[in-house]
Design a protein around this ligand. Structure first.
Ligand code: SAM
Length: 286
């Protein structure tokens, strides 16, 4: 019988259920199991190893926040490396910047890209429509290790959680290689998980401890992602030179006239204002 519910364990005790989700495709690749569903509430969505990645209803929040925050700090970015991001949503947002010259995307699992192109054109459509985008199907870890020094102005780590193929993207050696591959004014944005439940908080603290050891500027910003555990999610902003608030180029970014559904200049400022319990957890990260 067809599954008509989707349930995901956010923790051992807390589960998230979508009661109007119909399962329509499943495939196990050498890297992970990919499942696609259709829901009246969330539209088409897919999961990797049973965890929600992207859905049509709230994808704009994640993709706005990973892309526009760094671009509003340095609108002169020319070359970008996206690690993961197989659904294409991050590449779609980056491709809106006409000033970008190169968008490289390294996704370990080609099937995520091909299935997103088939079932999720909302996020995947720019992947074959923009000559600046080059797709590489390899491990992001090895890719940055082999990347030329100072070859990217921005690295966006749009990865899965630190289990399975995404594990290496939360290691110190990966962050060191990102640092090396970034230009002198380079910016790294990475998954920082969530501060709320202990399971994800543990990963948030571990990721932050490693990054703040390496980068002179290592800040964290938050956004509301309703379908990720607790709905409270974080990205890290690390840079060799630019501070996300002191160097925020509000007017320059606004003059581009990009229409966004979640991101705006007020959100940019507010996203870095963290609740006390989050600040304390990050301060103690070591
Ligand atoms: N927005 C999502 C989230 O936070 O749940 C992540 C989206 S996503 C589609 C993440 C992608 O990272 C997956 O397609 C996965 O195959 C890819 N990925 C995981 N580990 C990777 C690695 N080591 N190198 C490159 N891509 C990787």
């Amino acid at each position: 019988m067809k599954k008509t519910h989707y349930t995901e364990p956010w923790t051992k005790a807390v589960h998230f259920t979508i009661a109007d989700a119909e399962h329509f495709y499943s495939e196990t690749t050498p890297f992970q199991t990919i499942d696609f569903y259709k829901s009246k509430t969330f539209g088409t969505f897919f999961t990797l190893d049973g965890l929600m990645m992207v859905n049509e209803k709230d994808e704009f929040i994640y993709h706005d926040m990973i892309s526009h925050v760094p671009m509003a700090v340095n609108p002169n970015i020319k070359s970008v490396l996206i690690i993961g991001g197989g659904d294409g949503g991050t590449a779609r947002e980056m491709a809106r910047y006409k000033s970008l010259e190169k968008i490289d995307m390294v996704e370990i699992d080609e099937r995520v890209v091909r299935l997103s192109q088939q079932y999720l054109p909302l996020t995947a459509s720019s992947l074959d429509n923009d000559s600046r985008i080059t797709l590489y199907f390899e491990d992001g870890l090895a890719f940055v290790q082999n990347a030329k020094a100072k070859s990217y102005d921005l690295i966006l780590v749009d990865s899965t959680d630190p289990i399975g193929p995404g594990e290496g993207l939360f290691t110190k050696s990966f962050y060191e290689n990102c640092m090396r591959a970034l230009s002198d004014n380079g910016i790294l944005i990475n998954q920082h998980e969530s501060p709320y439940f202990d399971e994800q908080k543990h990963e948030m603290v571990r990721a932050h401890a490693k990054i703040k050891d390496l980068f002179p500027i290592a800040e964290v910003y938050q956004f509301h992602q309703p379908t990720y555990p607790s709905g409270h999610w974080l990205f890290g902003f690390a840079s060799k030179q630019y501070h996300p608030l002191k160097d925020h180029k509000k007017d320059q970014w606004e003059s581009l006239g990009l229409k966004t559904k979640y991101y705006n200049s007020d959100i940019h400022q507010g996203a870095f204002m963290l609740p006390t319990y989050v600040k304390e957890a990050l301060k103690n990260a070591s």
